[in-house]
Design a protein around this ligand. Structure first.
Ligand SMILES: Cc1cc2nc3c(=O)[nH]c(=O)nc-3n(C[C@H](O)[C@H](O)[C@H](O)COP(=O)(O)OP(=O)(O)OC[C@H]3O[C@@H](n4cnc5c(N)ncnc54)[C@H](O)[C@@H]3O)c2cc1C
Length: 813
């Protein structure tokens, strides 16, 4: 069939993901859908997947998508007549250490909060369910009865058939060779086949190119950071008498096992993966495999023979090595590419593309159809990627690690070891010389904590108190009781300037930007549902210029949100992030310290909370913003990068007498959670209504118009369905991280959106939403609360006001 001249959407790539996107778009009533596959459907990565289809992921929405895939695949055969081989065989994960046990038991608690059926099981119960397993050193296990497995190629073909039945044109042996663009839109797709070539004019393009996704992205001027890696499994000869078995994961040995038709498939997620395709993916790649590498697989096999002794008795039927794409953070890329307004991406599936395809296709089609994300997709939203992450050398280095991380211990605060040091602040060497232990965010090296003289400078990971717990506690208390200095240069800084800057911001943001020069506005950008798209502080620098300060990781997403709403406003948007360094000076003695290095007046009268002033500091000029994310008196000093080191040295020298302490990001997070400050992406997302998040004070619904205003007014009428509550464990020992279930009067009602330790409050602190339809705050707080940690329920105090300094007296001191 010759491709048509026009289509509403062209989907590039006929793997499981492209087929799922086509299937879901026709279900939405899009009847002008074209899918182009350069070779045959499934001939890229899909055909050789192992076919494990699990439900549980690290966050609620990712779990929701994986569960959706499961349910979809369960019904596909009846709908399309294509046998998908899908069956709910259940899965077992075993722990070989106490730390891994804590991880899988914490996951079990989380699973229950996400509505996934799961059981914690003893080694004896593991043995009863999987008798071939050597359980001598198994510490514990978890069993998910509804996990499944299926035939990946047939799942893709069933989706393609469903798409065709709905009117989509699914064309094979048609290669996309180029994309035509006008401004921020693709207008046509150039194709080539054995019969000829042509162009399809279209309104939307979806890049479902798998490991080709990076290259296809470049055609559209879109950054799709991913790199192919070799991924291995073996399949044994037929084993007579082998009964049907659940999928088995032994992450401590980097291995998974799947029984299929009397054979065992053993797959590996080894720590040092082998990147592949550095010179591009060969043009003739079609149902291809890569060369065996027995030496590379040997350690996995050796451990497997010990784990499952029957493997020593059977021959290996197949040694398989196939490429799959991996992304810098092990999460796939989904959504509207920031660089363009009609180029969509669903690629880079990190070895879970089969289990993810159904949900990804559903979510993307809803987003494309309605123009808005159906729910928070922050974990996978392509706008989380930084431009530099498209660098191929970076991707090559990082991909060696990401494959193995899938089965590594997912310790809290775990830092990536590869591809580090790309973005450094002007204070990097200063901090390093003073004991900084760095973590990475969006490529930025950030001091997470400071080691003492002679102390090991690195992380010792654990689910219990890690080696830096005491350091961070001292930094925390220095900020609470004296003064701390920390480098916040990684903040995203977006300058919005022009004659219409005020009007534009008043349209896009919930705050009131008609303020005097020097005023700082803390607010949110809302979507039409009142959900939070960005959490920002905006400083009026002049009549016509504002500076938006936003978290490092969301700079691109926020800038994109602004650009997409710019319309005809005469305003220029510029990323100023690397231009200014930011040094935070926080704590009750911060005023004293600044006064020692600057002739300016830092009193409440001269420099009240929520204002910015130009200052002299040392021999430099800077701008001091009186704001805080740690809940203390303090200033953020914005200084051009060339003078940052001088300002740092000046403050450090003056701080010696006061005992000022260098602090890191762990301190910042533990302080902010004590004060109940929300963390964007965790506590507040595009699906959390600003009023339910408790941030109504930051949006001025009295303004005549702004995006999301109607939703704010509606919610005021209707009342809140849920509220963000702060919890503190009364037992000072247990630790909270994320997603621990919240129990109200003994019933699970939600889970934590973030957690950390409150060193001043003397216990772990968490934030989480609690449903409260029609209830008053008093009724909510009248209940008794517990948080579940790895299966144990721990009593918690609950509060709607910050437990630390509820009246903000310290901030305004
Ligand atoms: C050994 C192994 C085991 C795995 N096991 C599992 C598992 O158990 N469970 C699981 O969920 N996942 C598993 N995966 C991962 C899964 O296979 C992938 O994530 C998934 O197949 C990705 O699908 P896709 O559609 O994104 O990519 P692909 O299947 O590679 O599809 C992309 C398609 O785009 C086409 N294309 C590229 N460029 C163009 C162009 N210019 N024009 C037209 N078409 C183009 C390609 O030909 C290709 O067919 C495994 C992967 C491997 C390698």
């Amino acid at each position: 069939m010759t491709p048509p001249a026009k289509a509403r959407v062209v989907i590039i790539g006929g793997g499981v993901v492209g087929c799922s996107v086509a299937y879901h778009l026709v279900k939405k009533g899009w009847n002008d859908v074209v899918l182009l596959e350069r070779k045959q459907l499934t001939s890229g990565t899909t055909w050789h997947a192992a076919g494990l289809i699990a439900q549980l992921r690290a966050t609620e929405n990712m779990t929701r998508l994986a569960k959706y895939s499961q349910e979809l695949y369960g019904n596909l055969e009846a709908e399309t007549g294509v046998a998908t081989g899908f069956r709910r065989c259940g899965s077992i994960t075993v722990a070989l250490s106490e730390e891994r046990k804590e991880e899988i038991f914490r996951q079990a608690s989380m699973a229950r909060a996400f509505g996934v059926e799961i059981e914690e099981i003893t080694p004896e119960e593991v043995k009863a369910r999987y008798e071939h397993l050597n359980t001598a050193d198994v510490v514990a296990g978890v069993y998910l009865p509804l996990d499944g497995q299926g035939d990946p190629a047939n799942i893709a073909l069933a989706l393609a058939k469903g798409a065709r039945q709905g009117g989509a044109k699914v064309l094979e042996r048609v290669k996309v060779t180029g994309l035509r663009k006008t401004g921020r839109r693709v207008t046509g797709v150039d194709w080539q086949s054995e019969e000829g070539s042509g162009t399809i004019d279209c309104e939307h393009v979806v890049n479902c190119g798998g490991m080709w996704g990076h290259e296809l992205g470049r055609m559209a001027g879109v950054n799709v950071p991913l790199h192919a890696c070799e991924h291995f499994y073996i399949v044994t000869e037929y084993i007579a008498g082998l009964e049907r078995l659940p999928v088995l994961r032994v992450p401590d040995e980097c291995a998974y096992y799947k029984e299929d038709a009397g054979k065992i498939l053993l797959g590996a997620f080894e720590p040092n993966a082998k990147p592949w395709g550095m010179a591009g993916i060969p043009d003739d790649f079609e149902f291809d495999q890569l060369p065996e590498d027995v030496d590379h697989f040997e350690p996995i096999l050796e451990a497997a023979v010990n784990r499952m002794p029957m493997l020593a008795e059977v021959g290996i039927h197949t040694f398989f090595n196939g490429p799959e794409s991996f992304t810098p953070d092990d999460a796939y890329h989904l959504g509207l590419a920031p660089e363009m307004d009609n180029v969509w991406v669903a690629a880079g599936f990190n070895s879970i593309g089969i289990q993810s395809a159904g949900g990804a296709g559903m979510a993307l089609s809803e987003w494309m159809d309605s123009g808005a994300k159906p729910f928070d997709l922050g974990d996978v939203d392509i706008s989380r990627m930084q431009p530099f992450q498209g660098n191929r050398h970076y991707l090559f280095e990082r991909s060696k690690e990401t494959l193995g991380l899938l089965y590594a211990d997912h310790f809290p605060y775990r830092q990536k070891a590869t591809a580090r040091g790309v973005r450094r602040t002007p204070l990097h060497e200063h901090l390093k010389a003073r004991g900084a232990v760095f973590g990475e965010l969006a490529g930025w090296e950030r001091a997470n904590w400071f080691a003492d003289e002679g102390q090991e400078r690195g992380y010792r990971y654990s689910w219990k108190r890690q080696n830096w717990f005491g350091n961070a506690a001292r930094e925390h208390m220095a900020v609470r009781e004296n003064v701390g200095l920390y480098d916040m240069s990684s903040f995203g800084k977006i300058r919005v300037e022009g004659p219409d800057a005020e009007a534009f911001l008043n349209h896009v943001g919930g705050g009131d930007f008609s303020v005097p020069v020097g005023r700082i506005v803390y607010t949110q950008f809302l979507n039409e549902r009142g959900g939070i798209e960005a959490d920002v502080t905006v400083t009026r620098l002049s009549e016509t210029a504002y500076l938006i300060v936003t978290p490092a990781a969301t700079r691109l997403a926020d800038e994109t949100w602004l650009r997409r709403h710019l319309g005809d406003y005469r305003t220029v948007i510029t990323d100023m992030t690397p231009g200014e360094a930011v040094l935070a000076v926080m704590g009750p003695n911060s005023r004293k310290l600044l006064q020692a290095v600057s002739p300016n007046d830092f009193s409440n009268e001269a420099h009240p909370f929520g204002t910015a002033r130009d200052i002299e500091i040392g021999m430099a000029l800077a701008r001091a913003h009186r704001v805080t994310y740690v809940g203390e008196l303090g200033w953020e000093i914005y200084v051009s990068t060339d003078m940052a080191a001088h300002v740092f040295e000046t403050l450090e020298a003056a701080g010696e007498e006061l005992g000022a302490k260098l602090c890191g990001m762990h301190m910042m997070d533990s302080c902010r959670i004590e004060k109940g400050f929300r963390h964007f992406g965790h506590d507040i997302t595009c699906e959390d209504h600003v009023l339910e998040a408790g941030l109504g004070f930051a949006v001025k619904h009295g303004k005549p118009t702004f995006i999301g205003r109607d939703a704010v007014l509606r919610k005021r009428e209707e009342g809140l369905r849920k509220r963000l509550v702060q919890f503190r464990l009364t037992d000072p020992e247990p630790l909270l991280y994320h997603a621990e279930p919240i129990l109200r009067d003994g019933e699970v009602v939600g889970f934590l959106s973030s957690g950390n330790y409150g060193h001043a409050l003397g216990g772990a602190v968490g934030l989480g939403y609690v449903p409260c339809p029609g209830e008053t705050p008093e009724q909510m707080l009248g209940s008794s609360y517990e948080l579940e940690i790895a299966g144990t329920r721990v009593k918690a105090e609950a509060s709607l006001k910050p437990m630390y300094d509820p009246k903000s007296e310290r901030v305004k001191a």
